[in-house]
Design a protein around this ligand. Structure first.
Ligand code: CA
Length: 651
C-alpha cells in the first residue's frame, strides 16, 4: 500500500514537472477547498440527519420523489429545483464529517440514483433563470461536494457537466452575468480546466466596474438591473454577495480580484448598500419587487451598518435619495424618462403601482415597515400623491415601464439636500420636492391637478402603529412612535390608527394565503376631487419624544419662501441656508437674499457663499445665477455626471 502510494505520487510529481497545464494545481486546490468549505459551512448536522433519513426512505427506485412535480409550469417557485436542493443536502451530509451518514454507502447510492434521475428527466422551467442559473449552480455544487469525498461515477458526472453548461456568461450583464459565470467557475474546478477558469473568473469580476450600459453599477454607484431600474438590495444584493464570495474564493491565487475592483466593490457596499439599511431592516425602496416576499426586509447578519455618520446621497442616475442621520433614515424613490418604474412580474408585486412616485421610507427603529406590505392600503404609499381608490387597484403593467417625466433629481452638499419629482401618472399631475435640513425634512407639493372620479390624496406615512397618536390641533401636528408630522393650517389631514388585514398572496402569487393583521398608523392629506393647482406642505421630524413634539414648531425656523407651479423653496432662518427648485427661469427672494436663474434647476445656497446646483433634466450645459447682483456662470457636469451636483463659491 505504501509503495503504491509513493509510486502514484512519483508519477504525479513527474507529470507536474513536465505538463504546463498542471502548473495551476495548487491554486485549483486552494479555490476548490474554499468553495467546498463554504458549501459545508451551511451544514447543521442534527437538523439535516432527520431530513436525510426521510429523503432516503422516500426516494423512489427510479430516483425521483413523489412530492416533486417534474413537469411543473410555475415560474416563481419551481418544484423541480427542490429535487436538486434535496440532493445537495444529501451531498453535504455525505461529504461532511460528524454525521453517522458521512461517507455512508447507502447514502452514496441514493445520491447517484437521484442524480441519474435528474440526468434522465432533465426538467426545464419556463423561467430561464432556473435553467441557466439556479440548476447549473446546484449541479456544480453537488458535484464539487461529491468530488471532495467520492466522485459521482464518471459517465454520470460527464453527462451532468454537459447539462450544467447552459447560459451564456458573455451575453448576460450585472448580477446575472456573475451568476452564470459562477457555475462556469464550478465546472472549471470540477474539470480542472485552466482556460475555462480564466474566462469564468474574468467574467465573474467584469460587473465590478462603473458602467454607462443599461444595467449594472452606475457612475452614481446605484445598482440598476431590468433596464434602468433601482435594484440596490435585490439584484444588487446578489451582485455584492456573489462578488464578495468569489473574491474570497480566489484571494491570493492567480485569479485574485484586481485592487481597483476591490475599491469599487467596497464603496458600493459601505456607501450605498449599507446606507439603505437602518437597524436590521432594508429601505423598502431598494428591494425591487422582492419587497412582496415575507421576511425579505430583514438584512442578514453582518449586513448591518455600524456607527452612522450623517450623509446625504443623491443618485442622479438611479433616481433615488438617501438622507442618513444617526437617528433615522429618510429616502425618496422616484422615476423619470431615464429610469424604469418598479416592476411587477412572475406573479410578484401585484399592487405596487406607486412605489417609485416619490415614495418616502422613514425608518427610526428600522422595523417600521417590516412585513407590513400585505396589510397596506396600496394607494397610500408614504410620500405618494395619487388617486384614492375605494378598493386597491392592481398593477396592470408589468416589466419595463419607463417614467413619463424628465425633471427629476436633486442636489446635495454631502449632508443636506433637495430632491424633486415631476409626477404625471395615472392621470394625476404634481410637482413634489423634499428639502432636507439636517434633522428636519420639509415636503412640498404644488400643481396638483386631476380630472378623475376619485379623491386625490398625498400619503404622509403608513407604518406599524407602536404608540398612541398625539394630536396638536393648534399646530395641526401629529406624533406617533417618535416621529412628528407638522402641517400648514387649512390642510385636510386625516389619520387612522387601526387594525388592517391582508394576505401575502394578495400581493405575491407565490406567498402564503394566511390572513395577517396588525395595527397601522396611516396619515394623509385629502386634496378632494378634481383638484386644480392644489398643494401641500408638511414637515417630518423623526426621532423626537412626545415632549419635544409639543415644544417644536419647524415652520417657525424653516420658512416656506414659495410653493407654486414655478418654484418651491425653503429658507432656514437659523443657518441662512436657502434650498430652491426652479421649474422655470425666475427669481426667489428669502431673508435678504435674491436669487435669479435663467433656466430650470435645483440649488442650495449656504451662508458661507457656497452654491450647490444641479440640473434634474440633465440637458443643460450651464446655468446663469444672479445672487444679490453677483453673477455666476455655473458650468454643469456632463455625460455620465449630468444631473450630479456642481459646487461654486460666491465671493
Ligand atoms: Ca384607497
Amino acid at each position: 500500500m505504501l509503495v503504491k502510494t509513493s509510486k502514484y505520487l512519483l508519477i504525479l510529481f513527474t507529470l507536474t514537472a513536465v505538463t504546463p497545464c498542471l502548473a495551476q494545481q495548487p491554486d485549483f486546490d486552494t479555490v476548490t477547498n474554499r468553495v467546498v468549505k463554504t458549501l459545508l459551512g451551511k451544514i447543521n448536522t442534527g437538523k439535516l440527519e432527520v431530513s436525510v433519513k426521510k429523503n432516503m426512505a422516500d426516494l423512489h427506485p427510479d430516483g425521483t420523489w413523489a412530492d416533486i412535480n417534474y413537469t411543473d409550469n410555475a415560474v416563481a417557485i419551481w418544484s423541480p429545483a427542490g429535487h436538486l436542493s434535496r440532493v445537495q443536502e444529501l451531498a453535504m451530509v455525505y461529504a461532511g464529517t460528524g454525521s453517522s451518514y458521512s461517507g455512508n454507502r447507502m447514502l452514496y447510492a441514493a445520491i447517484v440514483k437521484a442524480m441519474q434521475a435528474w440526468n434522465r428527466v432533465d426538467p426545464k422551467c419556463k423561467n430561464w433563470w432556473y435553467n441557466e442559473i439556479s440548476c447549473p449552480q446546484s449541479l456544480g455544487q453537488i458535484m464539487l461536494l461529491m468530488q471532495s469525498a467520492k466522485q459521482l461515477p464518471a459517465p454520470l458526472q460527464d453527462s451532468l457537466l454537459i447539462k450544467m453548461n447552459r447560459g451564456d456568461m458573455y451575453k448576460q450583464t450585472g448580477a446575472n452575468k456573475l451568476d452564470v459565470a459562477l457555475h462556469n467557475m464550478y465546472r472549471a474546478l470540477i474539470t480542472r480546466n485552466t482556460t475555462l477558469m480564466d474566462s469564468a473568473i474574468s467574467q465573474c469580476f467584469q460587473p465590478v466596474e462603473l458602467t454607462t450600459a443599461a444595467e449594472g453599477l452606475m457612475y452614481d454607484y446605484s445598482y440598476l438591473q431590468h433596464g434602468r431600474q433601482l435594484q440596490i438590495a435585490s439584484y444588487g444584493s446578489v451582485f455584492l454577495g456573489g462578488e464578495q464570495r468569489v473574491a474570497a474564493y480566489v484571494r491570493s491565487t492567480k485569479w485574485q480580484m484586481p485592487a481597483e475592483k476591490e475599491v469599487i466593490l467596497n464603496k458600493f457596499r459601505n456607501d450605498v448598500f449599507l446606507k439603505a439599511v437602518h437597524g436590521k431592516y432594508f429601505d423598502f425602496s431598494v428591494m425591487g419587487r422582492g419587497f412582496t416576499r415575507k421576511d425579505s426586509g430583514k438584512a442578514s447578519a453582518g449586513l448591518t451598518p455600524g456607527k452612522i455618520k450623517p450623509v446625504h446621497n443623491q443618485y442622479w442616475i438611479g433616481d433615488y435619495t438617501q438622507h442618513v442621520t444617526p437617528d433615522y433614515l429618510f429616502t425618496v424613490r422616484t422615476n423619470s424618462t431615464r429610469t424604469k418604474r418598479l416592476e411587477t412580474g412572475n406573479g410578484e408585486n401585484l399592487y405596487g403601482r406607486y412605489m417609485s412616485d416619490g415614495a418616502t421610507d422613514i425608518q427610526r427603529s428600522g422595523s417600521e415597515y417590516f412585513n407590513i406590505f400585505p396589510v397596506w392600503e396600496n394607494d397610500k404609499v408614504p410620500g405618494v400623491t395619487c388617486r384614492d381608490y375605494i378598493v386597491d387597484r392592481p398593477a396592470v403593467n408589468s416589466w419595463d415601464q419607463p417614467g413619463n417625466t424628465a425633471f427629476t433629481g436633486g442636489v446635495t452638499d454631502g449632508v443636506n439636500g433637495i430632491n424633486t419629482y415631476t409626477l404625471d401618472f395615472d392621470s394625476v399631475k404634481a410637482k413634489k420636492s423634499w428639502f432636507f435640513f439636517g434633522e428636519q425634512v420639509i415636503c412640498l407639493g404644488s400643481g396638483i391637478n386631476a380630472g378623475v372620479p376619485e379623491n386625490i390624496t398625498t400619503a404622509v406615512n403608513q407604518c406599524w402603529s407602536r404608540t398612541k397618536v398625539i394630536v396638536s390641533p393648534a399646530k395641526q401636528a401629529y406624533w406617533q412612535d417618535s416621529i412628528g408630522y407638522y402641517f400648514q393650517t387649512g390642510e385636510n389631514v386625516n389619520y387612522t390608527n387601526a387594525i388592517q388585514k391582508g394576505t401575502w398572496k394578495r400581493i405575491n402569487n407565490s406567498q402564503s394565503a394566511d390572513l395577517v393583521s396588525g395595527k397601522v398608523f396611516k396619515l394623509w392629506i385629502d386634496h378632494g376631487k378634481h383638484p386644480q393647482n392644489a398643494g401641500y406642505a408638511y414637515a417630518v421630524l423623526p426621532g423626537i419624544s412626545a415632549k419635544q413634539f409639543e415644544s417644536s414648531s419647524p415652520f417657525s425656523q424653516l420658512q416656506i419662501a414659495v410653493n407654486d407651479n414655478q418654484q418651491q423653496a425653503v429658507f432656514d432662518l437659523k443657518t441662512g441656508m436657502l434650498q430652491a427648485v426652479f421649474y422655470q427661469a425666475g427669481t426667489i427672494k428669502a431673508g435678504n437674499l435674491s436669487v435669479t436663474t435663467n433656466s430650470p434647476c435645483v440649488l442650495m445656497l449656504e451662508k458661507n457663499g457656497e452654491l450647490f446646483i444641479a440640473d434634474p433634466s440633465q440637458q443643460l450645459i450651464s446655468v446663469e445665477v444672479i445672487i444679490n447682483n453677483k453673477n455666476v456662470t455655473c458650468r454643469l457636469p456632463e455625460k455620465q455626471f449630468a444631473g450630479s451636483t456642481a459646487k461654486f463659491t460666491i465671493k
